[in-house]
Design a protein around this ligand. Structure first.
Ligand code: G1P
Length: 275
C-alpha cells in the first residue's frame, strides 16, 4: 500500500557552505553516490516506486541526476566505465520521479504539506530526510522495518534513537509509553527542546510514515520553533487525538547534515569498500 516516498530537499544546507552554494546538499557524495540516492535506494528496498521530491531554487542537479544522460551514456557505451552507471540506471528504470518546489523556506511541516499534490490524500506515504543516512547491515532497511510496523498499527510512525541529553536541542523529542519492545505510543512531541525541557532522550530521526490525515493538521499548525511550521507540532496534535507510534529502529544513522556525521559516513562506506 505504501508506494510513495516524499523527500523534502529544499533546504539551503548552510552548514556545508561554500560547497552548497551552487550545489544542492542532497547531491553531496558519500564516496560515489549522492546522499539522496542512498535515500531513494532505501525507499526502493521498502517497495516504494514513486519518489516525490520537494525541491527549491538551485536544485536542478537532483532532477538531472534521476534522468538519463544520453550524451554520457553514448560516451561510455562499450567501455569499462559503463557499469558505473548501472545502479542509477536501475533506479531510473524502476521508479517514477515527481517534483514540486517549496518556494519559501517555511519549515519541514510546510515542505511536507507541499508534497500533498504529489502523494495525494488517499494512501499513507513514507518521508525520508536524505541527510540522515540510515543503514542496517544486519537485515531490513529502516523504512522496510517501519512499513512492516505500519501493517500492524496503521497509524503515523516516526523513527527514533537515543541521544545524549545535551543533544536534544537538535531534534524532535518524544514522550511515550512502551507498547512492545522498541515501540512507543507517543503522548507528546517537542521540537528541539533544551535539555532541561526535553521529555526524554528519544530523538526523532528523518524517517516517517505518515497517513494523509496529517495534511489538515499541518494546515492549522502555527509556526513553532525558529518561526517555522514543524512536522513535530502537527504530529503532536495527531498523537493527542489519535495514535502516533515511535519506533526505535535497528541499524545505524549518520547525521550527514553535519560535517562530523558526513565524514563518519564516508569512512564507514570506505571501510566496506576495502574489506
Ligand atoms: C528535522 C526535524 C526534527 C528531526 C530531525 C532529524 O530537523 O524537524 O524533528 O529530529 O530533522 O534529522 P532538522 O535537522 O531538519 O533541523
Amino acid at each position: 500500500m505504501i508506494k510513495k516516498c516524499l523527500f523534502p530537499a529544499a533546504g539551503y544546507g548552510t552548514r556545508f557552505l561554500p560547497a552548497t552554494k551552487a550545489m544542492p546538499k542532497e547531491m553531496l557524495p558519500v564516496l560515489t553516490k549522492p546522499l539522496i540516492q542512498y535515500g531513494v535506494e532505501e525507499a526502493m528496498e521498502a517497495q516504494c516506486n514513486i519518489m516525490a521530491i520537494i525541491t527549491g531554487r538551485g536544485k536542478r542537479a537532483i532532477t538531472d541526476h534521476f534522468d538519463i544522460s544520453y550524451e554520457l551514456e553514448h560516451q561510455i557505451k562499450g567501455t569499462s566505465k559503463e557499469n558505473l552507471l548501472e545502479g542509477i540506471r536501475n533506479i531510473i528504470e524502476k521508479c517514477t520521479f515527481t517534483y514540486t518546489r517549496q518556494n519559501e523556506m517555511n519549515g519541514l511541516g510546510d515542505a511536507i504539506y507541499k508534497g500533498k499534490a504529489l502523494v495525494g490524500e488517499k494512501f499513507p506515504f513514507a518521508v525520508v530526510l536524505a541527510d540522515d543516512l540510515c543503514i542496517n547491515p544486519d537485515g531490513d532497511g529502516i523504512l522496510t522495518q517501519m512499513i512492516k510496523l505500519y501493517k500492524k498499527y496503521k497509524c503515523c510512525i516516526v523513527a527514533i534513537m537515543e541521544v545524549p541529553k545535551e543533544d536534544t536541542d537538535k531534534y524532535g523529542v518524544i514522550e511515550g509509553k512502551e507498547l512492545e519492545k522498541d515501540v512507543f505510543m507517543v503522548s507528546n512531541m517537542i521540537e528541539k527542546p533544551d535539555k532541561n525541557k526535553a521529555p526524554s532522550n528519544l530523538a526523532v530521526i528523518g524517517r516517517y510514515i505518515l497517513t494523509p490525515d496529517i495534511f489538515p493538521l499541518i494546515k492549522t499548525t502555527k509556526p513553532g520553533k525558529n518561526g517555522e511550521i514543524q512536522i513535530t507540532d502537527a504530529l503532536c496534535k495527531m498523537a493527542q487525538k489519535g495514535m502516533v507510534i515511535a519506533y526505535k529502529f535497528k541499524g545505524r544513522r549518520f547525521d550527514c547534515g553535519s560535517i562530523d556525521g558526513f565524514v563518519e559516513a564516508t569512512n564507514y562506506f570506505y571501510s566496506l569498500k576495502n574489506n
